[in-house]
Design a protein around this ligand. Structure first.
Ligand SMILES: [Zn+2]
Length: 250
């Protein structure tokens, strides 16, 4: 039987019967896969670092599925992201990233851009960069990669250029509307020129450089509100982790 080798991040983990584990892994080459690890008898095996959430592993699995599951034969830890785990706020954001990625992806659909987005976001979360800013960059890029927000520099209604002016942001059309197109989505949310500019810079700059864009608190808050509602529009459920982050105010 053919075996496959790739790298991946643990998105979900649960015990299955007495000696098995189910791991949902977002892999570089196969997208999100459902795997089972058999014969995990001892407690130390059950809690191996490589099985923990958002750990990056090298994994080997059998290509043939059994009841929707790939059988995992090896799972070796590459990065445990210890600096994230040592900081409660960063830990919550890492959990938010994997929860969101899981919610917006289907199984067995490879997408290298999404894999790299998660990798870059966790790497950035391991530095001194603001966790909040890292989350906004993650959200903007995620929505862009998924095609939900193709551009913010042109009107999502008519394609005319949007330059340095406020407008409205339409969740259903996936972008900013010019004044002439406001009636195409009456539920669109107001957005300032500063926030439009911030989004377009996040999309233009390399990942880590986007943390250095200077913006006012008002723009930061506006972007947070718009992205939260936009993601909610595309996700089946509300993000439990984001709700918790808001509740405790980190
Ligand atoms: Zn327009």
């Amino acid at each position: 039987m053919a075996i496959q080798k790739t790298a991946g991040f643990i998105l979900k983990k649960r015990e299955l019967r007495e000696t098995s584990l189910v791991l949902i892994i977002y892999t570089r080459d196969f997208g999100k896969i459902r795997t089972v690890v058999k014969g995990v008898r001892s407690p130390e095996n059950l809690f191996r670092s490589s099985y923990e959430l958002f750990a990056l592993d090298e994994v080997v699995f059998y290509e043939k599925k059994k009841k929707d599951f790939f059988t995992l034969s090896q799972c070796e830890l590459v990065d445990f992201f210890p600096r994230i785990r040592a900081d409660f706020e960063r830990l919550l954001y890492a959990l938010y990233f994997i929860e969101t990625l899981d919610a917006v992806t289907v199984f067995d659909d490879a997408n290298k851009a999404l894999y790299e987005l998660l990798q870059n976001s966790l790497s950035l979360l391991s530095t001194k960069a603001s966790a909040k800013r890292t989350a906004r960059i993650f959200e903007v890029r995620l929505l862009n990669i998924l095609g939900f927000m193709p551009t913010v520099n042109a009107c999502a209604g008519c394609g005319s250029r949007i330059a340095n002016s406020s407008g409205r942001f339409s969740f259903s059309l996936g972008g900013v509307l010019c004044k002439g197109c406001f009636e195409k989505d009456r539920r669109a949310s107001s957005i300032t020129a500063g926030t439009i500019n911030f989004i377009s810079k996040i999309l233009e700059l390399p990942h880590e450089k986007a943390t250095r864009i200077k913006v006012s608190n008002a723009v930061g808050r506006e972007l947070e509100r718009i992205l939260k509602n936009f993601l909610r529009y595309h996700m089946d459920t509300k993000s439990k982790t984001l709700n918790f982050i808001e509740k405790i105010g980190v």
